[in-house]
Write a protein that binds this ligand. Structure first.
Ligand code: ATP
Ligand code: MG
Length: 337
């Protein structure tokens, strides 16, 4: 049987370079092997968990993240693209799973903890937000997904998803498929930092280069990037480890020899930030140019994008219905012939 891949993006903004190296690049690679059934979800319900008062933002971005996926080469002929709220079966699955998770376990999840802090929720945490790992378990299991490609902030969430699957199967009998998750091999790609040098490029932190940024914007952002603050004169020795310019080069540069040479030169002293940034700009443009071109097509053909999501959602719903039937049977909520 074919393996199944499920991934998704929160429509809280357009997608950026962090998404690209953390998850999108892998999706395209997996899609092109032809070995997987693949589902990609615009996770509007999850987006709402911390944007209940800002529904307009989610609405505006549902199709934006779809266009981002299409632009990097996701092919709707091969991959099912759908919107989470179009599959209400996911909500029912979530309800069964909620009973298998304790409040303290949810509060202990390190990613949730960090995100609560980042969003300034303190004690006023929306319950929907705290329980998003549970709804993520529904998203993954509803399609019998075997593989979930994610960035490393999602590892604790996926660990909890697997725990829920194990608890369910133990309690109600083998019903759910146990998923595996994969993160990019290199640290640079599994958590790409922001252009401001902060730990993670993230929509919420506003430190992103978006896949849809135009050439001039990309140039400006690259030229303003944080580097090594102690690398003042060109001849100074520079740090490349905590320097986002070099981390981006590591994640994107295909000419490894040139990358290694530059890195070594910068560390030894004698290589200026401007030269490295010019090169990074060139490298990024190589990736971004074809993406931008594809995006332009979809921007001009919104009706095609909408049809893709409509068809995909219908197909996704069919599959989720099957799984939900299995789950209902296992739990024992079947009363009528
Ligand atoms: P938000 O701030 O709204 O949570 P986000 O930028 O974290 O947005 P998500 O939609 O939550 O984006 O993440 C989608 C996928 O992209 C996840 O698998 C996540 O791990 C990955 N990802 C997000 N940011 C990065 C990053 N900077 N580096 C690598 N992977 C990332
Ligand atoms: Mg996130």
């Amino acid at each position: 049987m074919k393996e199944t891949v499920l991934t998704g993006d929160r429509p809280t903004g357009r997608l950026h370079l962090g998404h690209y190296v953390g998850s999108l690049r892998k999706r395209k690679e997996l899609q092109d092997t032809g070995l997987y059934d693949m589902y990609i979800m615009s996770a509007d319900m999850q987006g709402l968990t911390d944007n209940a008062k800002n529904t307009e933002k989610i609405k505006q971005n549902v199709f934006e993240v779809v266009k981002d996926n299409l632009s990097i080469g996701i092919d709707p002929e091969k991959t099912t693209i759908f919107v989470q709220s179009g599959v209400p079966e996911l909500t029912e699955l979530t309800t069964y799973y909620l009973n298998l998770v304790t409040l303290s376990r949810l509060k202990r999840n390190p990613t949730i903890k960090e995100e609560i802090k980042q969003r300034g929720f303190e004690e006023s945490i929306p319950v929907g937000f705290l329980t998003y790992p549970v709804s993520q378990a529904a998203d993954v299991t509803a399609f019998d997904a075997t593989l979930v490609p994610v960035g490393d902030d999602q590892i604790p969430i996926m660990e909890q998803v697997v725990e829920i699957v194990d608890t369910f199967n133990k309690l109600y009998g083998e019903t759910l498929v146990r998923p595996k998750y994969i993160v990019p091999e290199s640290k640079s790609s599994s958590r790409l930092p922001g252009i401001d040098g902060k730990l993670k490029m993230s929509k919420s932190a506003g430190n992103c280069i978006y896949l849809s940024d135009d050439t001039e914007t990309v140039r400006k952002k690259v030229m303003s990037m944080y580097t090594d603050p102690n690398h003042i004169r060109i001849e100074d020795k520079g740090d490349t480890k905590n320097n986002p310019v070099f981390i981006y080069l590591d994640a994107f540069c295909t000419d490894r020899k040139k990358y290694e040479e530059m890195k070594e030169h910068y560390e030894r002293g004698g290589l200026g930030d401007k030269v490295v940034k010019e090169y990074l700009f060139e490298v990024l443009e190589n990736t971004l140019k074809p993406i931008r071109e594809k995006r332009k097509y979809y921007d001009e053909h919104m009706e095609i994008v909408e049809q893709i999501v409509k068809d995909g959602t219908e197909k996704a719903r069919k599959k989720a219905k099957e799984v939900l039937k299995r789950v209902r049977k296992s739990v024992g909520v079947e009363y009528f012939k």
